[in-house]
Design a protein around this ligand. Structure first.
Ligand code: FPP
Length: 252
């Protein structure tokens, strides 16, 4: 399905965001505050993922995208990286059956080539097992970076059209890793920091940004509703004036 680009056209919007993208930050601090090892925060973070996936599906959100591991997260201590990798495998092993049964389509996006071949294989199987589902598309970004995404898309596009110059945004769009999804309506970052951290740089062009101090393991359905309520108060102008937005609302 081809989705409208927010810079080429004014996309249709709805009261419930179609696509929510989240940077799940604060796992480490959640654990440290409780005198627990950082990895305990990641384990608790998995519980939060489970409940937010279900809460999003219940609210009619069609796409949920989670930043699980950035291309810069390899800079972390080796033992934390390896615990995260094991956690991803355990989650894939334990949760995919449930996702398949609950109508969740799983997509894993990022440069998977750096991961253990076993994890790559499990990810591919999980995607295949849930491919026919349509209740909610859950995208897990792993070894993902917004700049990586743009560069891999540019490289593939140029390879496909040798000798071609003056490419357009429309020509690039199908090569982006998340071409199957509309651009995020709502971006959420937990844990108090207010930055994008090389997440979906291209796709966040006109997303509404929401930052909360809540650490990811504490982010529950109530916290999600607060984010959605904030989103519902925003006027999405996409470059237009407020008067134009109101006129369009009246006309529709
Ligand atoms: C950020 O918290 C979190 C991560 C880098 C890992 C996120 C992983 C999970 C929530 C678990 C697995 C998820 C899936 C989808 C299977 P942080 O460690 O940067 O926290 P801090 O800023 O408090 O140190």
């Amino acid at each position: 399905m081809k989705h409208q680009s927010s810079t080429l056209a004014v996309p249709e919007t709805s009261a419930v965001p179609r696509h929510v993208a989240i940077i799940m930050d604060g796992n480490g601090r959640w654990a440290t505050k409780r005198f627990l090892p950082r990895v305990a925060g990641h384990a608790k973070g998995v519980d939060a993922v489970r409940s937010i996936v279900e809460a999003c599906a219940e609210r009619g959100i069609e796409f949920l995208t989670l930043f699980a591991f950035s291309s810069e997260n390899w800079r972390r201590p080796a033992d934390e990286v390896s615990v995260l990798m094991r956690l991803f495998m355990t989650v894939l092993e334990r949760e995919v059956g449930k996702m398949a049964a609950n109508g969740i389509r799983l997509k894993i996006v990022g440069d998977m080539s750096r991961f253990d071949p076993k994890l790559q294989e499990m990810a591919a199987k999980a995607e295949a097992q849930t491919a026919a589902n349509s209740r909610l598309t859950l995208t897990v970004c792993a070894n993902y970076g917004g700049r990586w995404d743009v560069m891999q898309a540019v490289s593939k596009m140029i390879k496909d059209k040798p000798g071609h110059a003056d490419f357009t945004e429309e020509e690039l769009a199908p090569y982006l890793a998340m071409a199957y999804a509309p651009e995020p309506d709502l971006f959420i970052r937990t844990g108090g920091e207010q930055r994008i951290s090389n997440f979906l740089l291209w796709q966040l062009a006109y997303s509404e940004l929401y930052f909360t101090e809540t650490f990811w393991p504490d982010f529950d359905a109530k916290a999600l509703d607060l984010a959605i309520a904030s989103y519902q108060q925003r006027e999405r102008r996409f470059g237009r004036t407020s008067a134009q937005v109101l006129d369009q609302k009246k006309a529709s």
